[in-house]
Design a protein around this ligand. Structure first.
Ligand code: NAD
Length: 239
């Protein structure tokens, strides 16, 4: 009988928020998951789950990336979910702008490059994290919007470049999801009302809303899908 090794998945930003929802869904679907977080405190808060191990990872640091990947012999799924947004004008200063680009865009590319040989071996796939702000601008977070627009274009470019290696590259574009990152918006009644007025499904999304979508994109059911940026937004982009 053919031997089927357990499929391996790695999720950056995988110990809280959207990434945590994705990590738990992939484990549920039968993957062995490495869920990465930036700080020990974040790892300590992660409730243990079968088939999920946690690891420290800073996607802006090449040594940290190498340290996490060195234990893998092949990789079936890379989910790039690490990301930041800086409000209160920080992204209108060049250092703040640069930091957001460094995490969201360069960090995603650093992970893709480092994992490419492992993914080629497994004929695996990458799922990046885009945003509504891949499609339109932000008056508050120009670095975030620029980084997420670029993540969408990076996704299409790597899909084209790595198809011959058997690697599919897709992205999810979450709408407004209730996590730490959007806590200031959830706390702002006027902003929440404006968001809900434009969301046909009329609620905040949850990390669970993304888990099944990523599991699908990683699966054989999506074997002819590459280079897509899939909105998961309760219909926000339709109106
Ligand atoms: P979150 O703040 O809860 O999670 C962010 C994660 O990124 C954390 O796990 C954190 O440790 C990790 N991270 C931050 N800097 C890092 C670094 N330098 N190296 C490694 N990991 C780092 O936020 P979230 O809402 O769960 O966001 C996850 C992703 O989804 C982000 O890319 C975000 O831009 C994107 N997104 C979120 C929303 C939303 O509404 N919440 C919408 C669209 C896209």
């Amino acid at each position: 009988m053919a031997h089927h090794p357990i499929k391996q998945a790695l999720v950056t930003g995988g110990t809280r928020g959207i990434g945590e929802g994705i990590a738990r869904a992939l484990a549920q679907a039968g993957y062995q998951v490495t869920a990465c977080g930036l700080t020990q405190d974040e790892l300590d808060r992660f409730s243990p789950q079968d088939s999920v191990t946690t690891a420290l990872l800073d996607v802006t640091n090449a040594a940290s990336v190498d340290a996490v990947l060195k234990d893998f012999t092949s990789l079936d799924v890379l989910v790039n979910c690490a990301g930041i947004i800086q409000r209160a004008g920080k992204e209108f200063e060049i250092d703040g702008f640069r930091t957001t680009i460094e995490v969201n865009l360069n960090g995603t590319m650093r992970m893709c490059l480092a994992a490419q040989p492992l993914l080629a071996k497994a004929k695996g796939s990458i799922i990046n994290t885009a945003s509504m702000l891949s499609f339109f601008g932000s008056a508050y977070a120009p670095g975030y919007a620029a980084s997420k627009g670029a993540v969408a274009q990076l996704t299409k470019s790597l899909a084209a470049a790595w198809a011959t290696d058997g690697i599919r590259v897709n992205a999810i574009a979450p709408g407004w999801i209730a996590t730490d990152l959007t806590q200031p918006l959830q706390d702002d009644a006027a902003r929440t009302a404006a968001i809900m007025a434009r969301t046909p499904l009329n609620r905040w999304g949850t990390p669970d809303d993304l888990g099944g979508v990523v599991t699908f994109l990683a699966s054989d059911a999506a074997r002819f899908i590459t280079g897509t940026v899939l909105p998961v937004d309760g219909g926000y982009l339709t109106v």
